[in-house]
Design a binder for this molecule. Sequence first.
Ligand code: SAM
Length: 222
Amino acid sequence: MIGKLFVVATPIGNMKDITLRAIDTLKDVDIIFAERPRHSLRLLSHYGISKSLYLYNDRNWQKQIEIALKLVKEGKNIALISDAGTPAIQDPGYRMVQYFRQKNIDVIPIPGSCASICALQASGLPTDKFVFLGFLPRSPGKKKKLLKTYGFLDATLIIYESPLRVKKTLNYINEILGEREVVIARELTKIYEEFLFGTPPTLISKVEKIKGECVILVKKSD
Ligand code: SAM
């Protein structure tokens, strides 16, 4: 019997944000592939889960995908977890999912926390249509092109950003999209969770020394 790949969402901060099904799955599988095993150990031990953990990240994914496939062909069920949130959403998880799909292996989603949806659901911005841009490209030219391509759709934009680049990104949003309503969702589900509201010019001074993980949301043009 061939095994299955379970793509399991884990919390983005608050350890309680994990589903009963995710806990059961992590207890039932034979092996867990984790983006940051040491970091995940805290969560796993909190829920009394003791499993073999294999490192799976941006640097070793090619080799690890083959190992995972071999294990599944031997009948092992494996779980894929990322650093935080939903695997495959802006992390190396999608490569394993894509490869397993190409090999006709069953891939089972175990849904849960995702920073983009968590930010959107409490932002107050329209949720009927939204576009997830993930991390913007580093190159200014590509960044501007992406904002021009998606920034004028009838949809809220969702952007993942490092705190070190939030200010710069606000400047690009202002330059390309104009004075739009922006929400910055910071440290979601954690002690210092915070939502900042404004337009790029009014937010710039507030993000000078911003810390923690951030999602930037931009309202569609009026
Ligand atoms: N797979 C994850 C998910 O489901 O959201 C995203 C992984 S991506 C490598 C990490 C980025 O997600 C961070 O740089 C930040 O933009 C966003 N993020 C993750 N956790 C967050 C949190 N607790 N608060 C705000 N943003 C968060």
